[in-house]
Design a protein around this ligand. Structure first.
Ligand code: ZN
Ligand code: ZN
Length: 150
């Protein structure tokens, strides 16, 4: 599965399937994407790669890396130490975003009040979809330190 930025200077490849497809309402994602919400997929670190050159990295907070194309400005991904071993690519950067229908809303407590949704999907508080309601890791396996792999 391929993805790329608006100008195609940055391209990446993901080995399927995605670990998760979620919609995030957190302020950091909203501001990075200049959008009222964003959808992203979770991919294990061994299952993706940049194809040409890597994008620019912005650290939005300690332990959080957000990437973008330094030519066209498209946001591409984020990753967090709190969800180590997993990369998140914005679904709209995929070549076939229609294939990545979300199944969950995260950080729903930060949803903009004028945004009305009727998709019937479950919601959860906080950004970490990998933990279930009791705090146990649910969808992806604990992996190595976030920054131990390039
Ligand atoms: Zn670009
Ligand atoms: Zn977010």
């Amino acid at each position: 599965m391929l993805g790329h930025c608006l100008c195609r200077a940055i391209a990446f490849e993901v080995d399927g399937p995605a670990q998760a497809c979620v919609v995030c309402h957190c302020e950091s994602c909203r501001r990075q994407c200049s959008a009222p919400m964003t959808a992203y997929i979770g991919v294990l670190d061994s299952q993706w790669r940049w194809l040409c050159k890597p994008p620019r990295i912005f650290n939005s907070s300690p332990g959080v890396e957000r990437t973008f194309c330094d030519n066209c400005g498209s946001p591409l991904s984020f990753r967090s130490k709190n969800m180590s071993g997993v990369m998140h690519f914005f679904s709209a950067a995929m070549e076939e975003p229609e294939k990545f229908a979300p199944t969950l809303h995260v950080a729903f407590e930060e949803k903009l009040p004028w945004l009305q949704l009727a998709d019937g999907l479950p919601t959860r508080v906080g950004p970490d979809y990998t933990k279930n309601r009791t705090g146990e890791r649910a969808l992806v396996q604990p992996a190595f330190c976030l920054f131990s792999r390039a």
